[in-house]
Design a protein around this ligand. Structure first.
Ligand code: KIV
Length: 275
């Protein structure tokens, strides 16, 4: 059965942990879906892991729609959440609503995610009131990297921790159905989780969150530019891929690929008639 935002709500009520991963294409989404993942995020992290950009700032609506539509074709049972890229929701709530609508209509997402707290509360309300579920995102919000001055753990001082808690309450009040907490000390994330009735999904936010999310290339060892401390590697697919690529190159060079069984046949008499 298709997992929805209602499934996420019920999971929080029942204390059942939620699992999420990113995906950006049909084949990966299909594999994650078959494995039973609860939610797939088409993260704007695609700027880093798919497009090779140094941050998420240049990711466009068209990029997000393109990848979201591919994921939606592959994942039939999981909740599909699509990131709103930088500047697609900051200008005005109306602008944000138009863009959220495009991610739903053209990207076939079931929900959108945007970064920020009290400053985006009105935007969240406007989108939610139009029938589009919103996942909020607090802590280390990569679209604000230039304001943060680097990828750093957030909420360590009393003032910063209180602001995070206030922001979390504000996005819940505005109607968000879930909240991603990124790079937040575990004890603070646990406190926020207890204070909210919506599920928190942690990434570098400890075990006290209601669920977890990872970028799939990180957990499969497919992205080596940098690996955040919070990543747990479940397989080393990058090394397996490199080995397979090397074996293929060597087989092509030696002529041992393709073999007769990988080739198509035809009647030799036809070939003999050719001049
Ligand atoms: O873009 C992304 O992949 C994200 C996750 C890290 C939560 O926002």
């Amino acid at each position: 059965m298709k997992k929805t935002t209602a499934y996420f709500k019920k999971a929080k009520e029942e204390g059942k942990k939620l699992s999420m991963l990113t995906a950006y294409d049909y084949s990966t989404a299909k594999l994650e879906d078959a494995a039973g993942i609860d939610g797939i995020l088409i993260g704007d992290s695609l700027g880093n892991v798919i497009m090779g950009l140094e941050d998420t700032i240049s990711v466009t609506m068209e990029d997000m729609i393109h990848h979201s539509a591919a994921v939606a074709r592959g994942a039939k049972n999981t909740l599909i959440v699509c990131d709103m890229p930088f500047m697609s929701y900051q200008v005005s709530p109306q602008d944000a609503l138009v863009n959220a609508g495009r991610l739903m209509k053209e990207g076939r997402a079931n929900a959108v995610k945007l970064e920020g707290g009290q400053e985006v509360a009105q935007t969240i309300r406007t989108i939610v009131d139009a029938g589009i579920p919103v996942m909020a995102h607090l802590g280390l919000t990569p679209q604000s990297i230039n304001a943060f001055g680097g990828y750093k753990v957030q909420g360590k001082s009393e003032a910063a921790a209180q602001k995070l808690l206030d922001d979390a309450r504000a996005v819940e009040k505005a109607g968000a159905f879930a909240l991603v907490l990124e790079c937040v000390p575990a004890t603070l994330a646990a406190k926020i989780t207890q204070a909210l009735s919506i599920p928190t999904i942690g990434i570098g936010a400890g075990a006290g969150c209601d669920g977890q999310i990872l970028v799939y290339q990180d957990m499969l060892g497919m992205f080596s530019d940098y690996t955040p401390k919070f990543v747990q590697r479940y397989a080393n697919i990058g090394a397996i891929m490199t080995e397979a690529f090397e074996a293929y190159i060597s087989d092509v060079q030696s002529g041992s690929f393709p073999k007769p069984e990988q080739s198509y046949k035809m009647d030799d008499s036809v070939i003999d008639k050719l001049y």
